[in-house]
Design a binder for this molecule. Structure first.
Ligand code: OSB
Ligand code: MG
Length: 369
């Protein structure tokens, strides 16, 4: 198989509800949709879901565009390959840039699954026909606003809620949500904002029966996570810290996590994400799939990944309607009582709405072999 053309589409969509984390807020997203075409004319779509600013990870939309055009697409154009597992080897010289790599990697998997007539989930070795979705709720102006957001999503049937926390927005919102919902599967995500001298705030969360505390400390500070885990009962989950399977090995050997959030984007694609799943599963660490507010193409890849056996916790693969008034795929992702069906059609399992994409595209680039 040979990729003969690659198109990058910078597509802008508004979020239906502004989202605020410990670092920043956002209401408009630019993601780069990657369209790969092989010699037979078949196409596969992937998504580079990098945030605009380098606050979650070092990449930006511009850096992904640059690295994609200048290094990643040229590394695969005109090269022979048989299986998408080989694609990362073609760009192995490029360090980091996981989001940019992930968009191409996913497009390669979708293309391969399409040509071979198998659903993406099956191509990956998925075993579930449906996956359970949770919701990730941002920091709200007031605790009452947060309680209303929680109620709205519980009414829609989602069985798990994750709350973004930051110093000054942690114990009180968690106490309020826990008081209103004593049995809810509830967890928190700090996006690495706490300093080592803010341990007490995190210890204070231990009494609320949270399913996990996600990424309390800076990504590279694995030792701080290992020390906190020795001190508290609540499992620590790592997100930003784990960009490679080697990072996971190190974190496991340090005892820095008891749960793993696997993001396709953060791991640099489906091949690496699946490898992280296999390693965590073998180590007895439960995993779930994290999200980056993906448009439907990236979310369909996340859902396919979530069908692997080790994804035993609810994933951030909520319905399209949680994020966008209209999505780039048809049908959109739908959750019924928080359950999403894994598509059974070949490839992505959804149609890509090229007219809607074109109407919302602000830049394109085409490279050919
Ligand atoms: O840490 O999981 C995170 C969104 C942007 C950046 C970081 C994170 C998130 C989310 C959104 O939590 C999850 C989703 O896509 O629903
Ligand atoms: Mg996170």
């Amino acid at each position: 198989m040979k990729i003969v053309a690659a198109r990058l589409h910078r597509v802008r969509l508004p979020l239906v509800h502004e989202f605020r984390t410990s670092s920043h807020g956002k209401s408009l997203l630019d993601h780069i949709l990657v369209e790969l075409t092989d010699a037979s004319g078949a196409t596969g779509w992937g998504e580079i879901a990098s945030p605009s600013d380098p606050y979650y990870a070092p990449e930006t939309v511009e850096s992904c565009w640059h690295v994609g055009e200048r290094y990643l697409v040229p590394a695969i154009l005109g090269q022979e390959w048989d299986h998408p597992e080989q694609l990362p080897q073609l760009w192995a010289k490029v360090r980091g840039n996981q989001f940019a790599k992930s968009g191409l990697d996913t497009a390669g998997w979708v293309l391969w699954a399409t040509i071979n007539g198998v659903p993406l989930a099956e191509a990956l070795g998925g075993t579930r026909s449906e996956v359970v979705a949770g919701v990730s709720l941002g920091i709200e102006p007031t605790i009452d606003d947060l309680l209303a957001e929680v109620d709205r999503h519980l009414a829609a049937g989602y069985p798990r809620v994750k709350l973004k926390i930051a110093p000054g927005w942690d114990v009180e919102p968690v106490r309020a949500v826990r008081a209103a919902h004593p049995d809810l599967d509830l967890h928190v995500d700090a996006n690495g904002i706490y300093a080592a001298n803010q341990w007490e705030d995190l210890e204070a969360l231990d009494e609320f029966g949270l399913t996990m505390i996600e990424q309390p400390f800076a990504p590279r500070d694995l030792l701080a996570h290992a020390h906190l885990q020795q001190d508290i009962e609540t499992p620590i989950c790592l997100d930003e810290s784990i960009e490679t399977v080697e990072d996971l090995e190190t974190a496991l050997s340090l005892g820095a996590l008891r749960v793993l959030n696997i993001k396709v984007s953060r791991m640099g694609g489906l091949t690496a994400a699946r490898e992280a799943h296999d390693r965590a599963h073998a180590a007895g660490i439960p995993v779930w799939c994290g999200g980056m507010h993906e448009f439907g193409i990236g979310r369909a890849a996340n859902i396919a990944l979530s069908s692997l056996p080790g994804f035993t916790l609810p994933s951030d693969v909520s319905a399209s309607a949680k994020y966008y008034a209209q999505d780039v795929i048809t049908p959109p992702v739908v959750a019924t009582q928080g359950v999403v069906q894994v598509p059974t059609a070949p490839g992505l399992g959804h149609e890509v709405d090229t007219a809607f994409i074109a109407a919302n595209t602000i830049a394109t680039s085409e490279l050919k072999s």
